[in-house]
Design a protein around this ligand. Structure first.
Ligand SMILES: [Zn+2]
Length: 381
């Protein structure tokens, strides 16, 4: 990971570069501050810089043998400690090494990975990982060997606040008397949960929230287009790039689903079979996960339109664009067809889930929708 790949944080980067350049790298350093600011990426860029065989003034070279290994996070002198959970098949208390392949993959695919995204990546949503004493023993063992290829042994410890007390006490001894040429680089979001004896022996460096401008630039670099969505996501993120990125992806997916749904409804209402065929091709090409999201989104919008029709618009949960569409569309969603429409979309969702042929499923759905939109409201309405 290069400093150049990390959004903003010019001052923090400069201080890290100076430490290495002036040979003042402490043996225990902690980057701390709120989530989503790039602390972990900065930590990895720092150790890569420390080990780089041909470093420049402002960044690692990116191409030397050491950098090549850092590019895959497989350098033999680079160690990671991250919070983990008990997983199937592991009987001893879990340690990072049990998950190291997942960890490398997760961090390489998202430099701004959050604690929750990490647990999701190892199939443990909504659970809490810890760092246990077995992990501290493993850290001590690893740092007792001579470095293999670089001058330093480097340990990136993500979220030291997840250490339980025995683990923290064990690590404290190491921080008090570290082996020569060792860097323990911690990345924390809650320093108040770390025992004071560790904090007092560690050099602390605050990583501030990003500015809206930095987040906007970062989102643009991710290659996503819509200016307005980027603007909204940056404004709502509070300096947290990870949150901004998640918001943007969600908004984009919703925007795409809105477009798919409204187009299908218009084409079905007009009974335009030729264009429906094009729509089906498009829908069949987006992949099963996104098809399932489209079905969920459609069910949400059908419900909201029915509510709008029934309640005269007092009770609903729609965005401005959805509401604008619903004002024209909701009269067509009534007691006479809403249950069958919900059933038709639900059935399509089940068939997609069961790995059916998406062209057939979506064409079948379209034909049902044509028929159901022609249905008259029930007499009572
Ligand atoms: Zn290099």
């Amino acid at each position: 990971m290069l400093f150049g790949e990390i959004i903003g944080q010019r001052e923090v980067k400069q201080r890290l570069l100076n430490m290495v350049r002036d040979d003042r790298t402490p043996h225990a350093l902690m980057l701390f501050g709120p989530a989503g600011t790039g602390k972990l990426a900065l930590a990895v860029a720092m150790v890569q810089y420390l080990a780089c065989g041909n470093r420049g003034d402002g960044d690692s070279c990116g191409v030397c043998p050491s950098c090549m290994k850092f590019g895959k996070l497989v350098h033999p002198d680079l160690h990671f400690v991250v919070p983990v959970l008990k997983a199937g098949g592991i009987t001893a208390p879990p340690v990072t090494d049990d998950f190291i392949v997942d960890w490398r993959e997760a961090l390489l695919s998202d430099h701004y990975i959050t604690e929750n995204l990490w647990y999701e990546a190892i199939g443990a949503e909504n659970k809490q990982g810890i760092i246990n004493v077995r992990e501290s023993e493993s850290i001590i063992r690893k740092l007792s060997f001579k470095p293999y290829e670089s001058d330093y042994r480097m340990m990136v410890l993500w979220l030291p606040e997840k250490m339980n007390l025995p683990a923290a006490n064990k690590l404290l001894k190491l921080i008090e008397e570290p082996p020569d040429k060792t860097l323990i680089l911690m990345v924390s979001e809650h320093t108040e949960r770390i025992i004071p004896t560790i904090l007092s022996r560690t050099q602390l460096l605050h990583v501030p929230p990003l500015t809206d401008t930095e987040i906007r630039e970062g989102l643009k670099q991710q290659g996503t287009g819509d200016e307005q969505l980027i603007e909204d996501a940056a404004n709502r993120a509070n300096g947290n790039f990870s949150l901004a990125l998640q918001t943007l992806r969600q908004d984009e997916s919703e925007s795409h689903n809105f477009e798919l749904f409204t187009r299908l409804m218009r084409l079905c209402y007009a009974r335009n079979i030729i264009e429906i065929n094009t729509w089906v091709d498009q829908g069949a090409g987006i992949g099963r996960e996104r098809q399932k999201q489209f079905i969920d989104y459609s069910l949400h919008l059908l419900r909201e339109n029915f509510m709008l029709h029934m309640e005269n618009g007092t009770l609903n949960y729609m965005s401005g664009r959805e509401r604008e569409f619903a004002l024209k569309f909701s009269p067509f969603i009534h007691h006479g067809n809403v249950f069958d429409l919900v059933e038709a979309f639900g059935l399509a969702g089940n068939h997609i889930e069961a790995n059916g042929n998406p062209r057939i499923i979506l064409m079948d759905l379209s034909i049902r929708v044509i028929r159901l939109l022609m249905q008259k409201p029930a007499a009572a309405e």
